[in-house]
Ligand binder design. Structure first.
Ligand code: PMP
Length: 525
């Protein structure tokens, strides 16, 4: 051992401190279904019911026996895992399965092409990159077309067959005639178009959204503390107020810009405005996860689709947390009849044991050259593809029994949460969500007369304090959502039992009592 670092926590030491402050500094030694186990002082296993589900990545549970058996068989067969520049039929089969599901849930018959990655943020970034590839190609095509129009006008003026419209000179603040006057107009058109084309792309996203924390994706994540320090590094988003259909077109109008074209009609060259694609994509979670478990309404979804169609801007549906069956449908967007140009999946696609993510792009929007300029060492690998195939097989088995279970178990959990909320209106503000993606929001605790409760609430960490209390006192593992610290998230697996729900009910009723009586002794004791 190196004596300088001996005993130091080197893997994220600050996080270790925060965990210990919130009394969440527990090391789990075994995981199965919705159970996590840690050891007590006698080295005996202590069971904790896990409602976090690896932040919603374990729809089929921890250590799912069928997935584990399949993983073992895959490895025992010495299946090639990392073999770039070769044929990957397992990844292709995953893409086919996902296409069949998209077609079933949306009625589309268009192929969706798949680009694989490892994490959620990475797949979001590859979708953003692809959308930008399409946008820059559109700008080039538009600029080329304008260039050929300018050439046509130049030739006609040289021949004495045309002149530039007076209004064009006036609009550009120029005066002139003949070929010299035209050249001034052409140069100004070129200058203004170059300036517009050089503006960075923008994205549209929604207030409260979470799309990852990498350089590009974090700019679409609304939480300013995650996004702010890195704003200079990547393209920015305009954020639409959540579930406000009227605001969608209004915000989208902010990015309105035009290129100037010169169009010859009956010997007169007039200036014509051509819409410039400022927005690269609209990125949307059909159910916001980290923003506080908030499903979009059908009206909002329709307004987003309409804005995208009007702007000719692709819609990227981030189904990383809400997708893969958790909502009761494979795609949560299906619940509101929303169709995406892109779908992004991750989390449960890995079956709880692999890192895997994928973005799927609608055929009409897909540019196959993208494949030659975008890749990752770990994408499309044999192991995670084999696991994804097994996950999809398990989800689709018995005519979608897993989706029905997500709905039914989610319904039982939700009924309990609603009962707790109804009995505790002074502490519980709202219960939200779909299927096995549920949230319980506490009333604002910043105004509590108990100084520690209000202090932690002001610091945005009261949800973690509550989580620590529930873990120690009730052996229930819950966590708040990333950007809405008053909301607890419940994203367990479909193996959720009635006994697990009962255990959570006892725990929640207790914390409601603690908060109502502002019993700091109990909360922090
Ligand atoms: N999008 C959504 C909706 C998410 O919930 C998350 C993770 N919480 C991400 C993107 C980022 O995924 P990852 O953590 O795998 O990068």
């Amino acid at each position: 051992m190196d004596s300088v670092v001996d005993g130091l926590e080197l893997a994220e030491p600050q996080m270790r401190e925060v965990l210990s402050m919130a009394k969440l500094d527990v090391e789990y030694v075994r995981a199965e279904g919705n159970s996590l186990y840690h050891l007590d002082a006698q080295q005996e296993e202590v069971r904790v019911v896990d409602f976090v589900g690896g932040y919603a990545s374990l729809l089929l549970g921890h250590s799912n026996p069928e997935i584990i058996a399949h993983a073992k068989a895959t490895l025992d067969a010495q299946t090639p895992v990392y073999v770039p520049i070769a044929i990957h039929s397992a990844a292709n089969r995953v893409a086919h399965q996902l296409n069949a599901i998209i077609h079933r849930e949306t009625g589309s018959t268009e192929p969706y092409f798949a680009i694989f990655a490892s994490t959620g943020a990475e797949a979001i970034e590859s979708s953003l990159k692809h959308a930008e590839f399409v946008r820059t190609a559109r700008i080039s095509a538009l600029t080329d077309e304008i260039g050929s129009h300018v050439e046509q006008v130049r030739a006609a003026i040289k021949n004495g067959d045309a002149s530039v419209a007076e209004a064009a000179y006036a609009r550009l603040g120029l005066s002139g005639t003949g070929i010299e006057g035209f050249e001034e107009v052409a140069a100004e058109v070129q200058r203004r178009n170059a300036e517009t084309s050089a503006t960075p792309p923008r994205f549209l996203a929604v207030e409260g959204a979470f799309h990852g924390k990498l350089v590009g994706s974090v700019q679409l994540t609304h939480n300013a503390s995650f996004r702010g320090p890195f704003e200079a590094m990547a393209a920015r988003a305009d954020f639409v107020p959540f579930n406000d259909p009227a605001a969608v077109a209004e915000v989208a109008a902010r990015g309105r810009a035009q290129l100037l074209d010169l169009v010859l009609t009956d010997g007169v060259a007039a200036l014509v405005e051509r819409d410039f694609p400022t927005y690269c994509a609209f990125v949307l979670e059909p159910i916001q996860g980290e923003g506080g478990i908030k499903p979009v309404t059908a009206e909002f979804a329709a307004a987003v689709r309409q804005a995208c169609d009007t702007l000719d801007c692709p819609l990227i549906l981030d189904e990383i947390q809400c997708g893969m069956g958790r909502s009761g449908k494979f795609f949560a967007s299906s619940l509101v009849g929303l169709h995406g140009d892109y779908y992004v999946l991750a989390k449960s696609l890995g079956g709880g044991i692999a890192k895997n993510s994928v973005m799927l792009v609608r055929g009409a929007h897909y540019r196959k050259e993208f494949e030659l300029i975008h890749s990752s060492t770990f994408a499309k690998d044999g192991f995670s593809s084999a696991i994804a195939l097994k996950v999809l097989e398990l989800l689709e088995a018995e005519d979608g029994k897993a989706y029905r279970l997500a709905e039914e178990r989610g319904g039982a959990l939700r009924d309990m949460l609603n009962r707790v909320a109804a009995d505790n209106p002074d502490t519980v503000k709202e219960v939200r969500g779909k299927g096995l993606m549920l949230g319980l929001e506490f009333q604002d605790l910043t105004g509590s007369s108990a100084p520690m409760i209000s202090g932690f609430a002001h610091a945005g960490v009261i949800g973690y304090v509550i989580a620590g209390y529930l873990l120690r006192g009730h052996r229930v593992r819950v966590l708040p959502t990333g950007s809405a610290p008053h909301t607890l998230r419940f994203t367990p697996s479909i193996q959720l039992s009635d006994a697990d729900i009962d255990q959570l009910e006892t725990a929640l009723r207790d914390i409601c009592e603690v908060l109502r009586t502002e019993d700091e002794q109990r909360l922090f004791g």
